[in-house]
Design a protein around this ligand. Structure first.
Ligand SMILES: Cc1cc2nc3c(=O)[nH]c(=O)nc-3n(C[C@H](O)[C@H](O)[C@H](O)COP(=O)(O)OP(=O)(O)OC[C@H]3O[C@@H](n4cnc5c(N)ncnc54)[C@H](O)[C@@H]3O)c2cc1C
Ligand code: FES
Length: 520
């Protein structure tokens, strides 16, 4: 669409309050939204993975994407919450004789701020949190030096894809980077790739790198994520046994997969199950071995555990639940996986998906990670002046006065990175959002908002065995978290309620006649 020209988009009468409408305007899809007596227009596709924003939820001026809950301000398309990184393109709007006209406001880019800030900010870890923090520093007007130090030989990329389409062989490597080299050059974000920090001196605010050099910063953000666990099983270090955390791990796994035959997946958590799904898509025989009775039962409860098990079994995955692995054997390469129930699996590879621990070895002796994670306050500040932490390593105070919590979700890591960036600049904290994650297995997306490590009751709207459902997790009579397949608007609404400290009764949640989306 030519930026300078007005284009007719809709009849004003077609726009109902609070109901976003997607319309084609020449070669673009535009989202028109009426809020009060104003009409706003922005791109209809989410800037993350093109989720249909018209199917999301509009609350005030904020539209939430139905796919992975990114948020945008419909007045100017500005990104309000990850996992999207870019703003939406937005449009000027005029109404004449009952017709709505739109005119593009032009492209959306993050600009390199002017100014001559002499400070240096160091970010350790080029993952979700580190990248979001670097971008946010520029968005917030910081013009000083930013060095993003990352142990990986590549720049920040979409880690969530590794166990999904990338492992399935359906997403090429070129889809993974979050940004191109040009982006970092333009914003003067120095990427120190293949550089590991081996020690931090909090008093001097300095970092020691593996190559013997040191870097001193005015502010430091620690965002080093997690390390995949390897259980202590004889033979687990044989070639052919793989963990899955980094792109290098994924590439090694893909290169080590057999052409045909069986693969054992140890564990039945998110990464293990996503890997099982992707390996089936490659046509391999997949055996999932885990001690629990149902996959992810602790997180979601038995109903969703059964659903997931059935979904995988229908796709041909074989479960060995209630079982542990007591040995992996092979002549120079993993071949036999020995299970506690006496089964011997003959496999071409073993995928280890038994969880992660925070990557904090380099903090030994610094006093920043005494408990194996880095305690932070609501601003992501650690106990050391000028040092912040975000993402999988950060142990944050629970806003509801529960025990401190460490959350391993992609969008949450990005949000924490953004929050840390603002705090590094001395700006006020962003409002807290309910944690959110998604998982995709055999083409089905399961989403979760909130945080309920211990719940005493789970209730359902819709059949948990059916096409779509919403689950509410309660403890002490209060809603703590919700999960859903489909029913995205309701899930988003419950997330908003949780953020506002609100609740909805279990009776209301299960009652299909109770309008959750419209409820105050
Ligand atoms: C395969 C996979 C799939 C996932 N899928 C989902 C999903 O679908 N949805 C979801 O919500 N979450 C998902 N997650 C979880 C999500 O990716 C993490 O919560 C998120 O990446 C955490 O971000 P982070 O910035 O804390 O750490 P990371 O993204 O892990 O980044 C940390 C970076 O720090 C670097 N680093 C570590 N130590 C050092 C050091 N000493 N010096 C320098 N650099 C260092 C690492 O190499 C890495 O690049 C998935 C995770 C994995 C592994
Ligand atoms: S596609 Fe919109 S948040 Fe992912």
């Amino acid at each position: 669409m030519d930026g300078a020209e007005w284009k007719q988009a809709a009849a004003e009468a077609d726009l109902a309050e609070g109901r976003p409408l997607e319309l084609p305007v020449e070669d673009r899809h535009v989202l028109l939204v009426r809020v009060g007596n104003r009409i706003h227009a922005c791109a209809a596709e989410c800037s993350h993975y093109k989720g249909p924003l018209a199917e999301g939820l509009l609350t005030g001026h904020t539209v939430t994407c139905p796919w992975h809950n990114a948020r945008f301000d419909v007045r100017d398309g500005r990104l309000a919450s990850p996992p999207a990184l870019n703003d939406l393109s937005s449009y000027e709007v005029k109404v004449e004789s009952g017709k709505v006209w739109v005119r593009s406001r032009g492209g959306v880019t993050i600009e390199m701020p002017g100014g001559s800030d002499g400070r240096t900010f160091l970010i350790v870890g080029g993952g979700a949190a580190g990248n979001a923090a670097a971008e946010t520093l520029r968005r917030e007007g910081y013009s000083g030096r930013i060095v993003l130090i990352t142990a990986e030989p590549v720049g920040p990329y979409d880690r969530t894809m590794l166990s999904k389409d990338y492992l399935a062989g359906e997403a090429p490597a070129k889809w993974l980077p979050l940004r191109g080299e040009k982006f970092y050059n333009r914003l003067k974000i120095e990427l120190a790739m293949g550089s590991s920090v081996v020690a931090v001196d909090p008093r001097r605010r300095s970092l020691s790198l593996a190559d013997g050099s040191t870097l001193q910063g005015d502010r430091i953000l620690l965002a080093t994520g997690g390390v995949a666990l390897r259980p202590q099983i004889p033979g687990i270090d044989l070639p052919g046994c793989f963990t899955l955390r980094s792109l290098a791990d994924a590439d090694a796994l893909i290169a080590g997969l057999p052409q045909s035959g069986a693969v054992a997946v140890l564990g039945a958590g998110f990464i293990a199950l996503e890997a099982a799904s992707s390996l089936r898509r490659r046509g391999l025989e997949v055996h999932v071995v885990a001690p629990e009775q149902l996959p992810l039962e602790k997180v979601f409860g038995p109903e969703i555990g059964r659903r997931l098990k059935r979904l995988h079994e229908q796709a041909g995955v074989v479960f060995h639940l209630g079982c542990t692995v007591y040995g992996v054997q092979g002549n120079g390469r993993a071949r036999d996986v020995l299970l506690s129930d006496g089964t011997h699996l003959e496999v071409g590879a073993v995928v280890i998906g038994v969880g992660v621990r925070p990557a904090v070895e380099y903090l030994a002796g610094s006093g920043l990670a005494e408990t194996g994670a880095v305690p932070v306050d609501a601003r992501q500040a650690t106990s050391a002046e000028g040092i912040f932490a975000a993402g999988d390593i950060a142990l944050a105070k629970d806003p509801e006065r529960g025990p401190p919590r460490r959350i391993e979700h992609w969008a949450e890591a990005e949000r924490q990175g953004r929050r840390a960036a603002r705090a590094m600049l001395g700006k006020s904290p962003l409002p807290r959002e309910a944690p959110f994650f998604w998982t995709r297995q055999h083409g089905q997306s399961l989403k979760y908002v909130g945080h309920a490590p211990g719940w005493d009751r789970v209730v359902f709207r819709g059949d948990p065995e059916g096409e779509a459902f919403l689950a509410g997790y309660y403890s002490g009579g209060l809603l703590r978290a919700a999960a859903a397949v489909g029913r995205e608007r309701e899930l988003i609404r419950l997330g908003e309620l949780l953020e506002a400290g609100g609740s909805v009764s279990a009776g209301e949640l299960v009652d299909p006649g109770f309008d959750l989306v419209g409820s105050p």
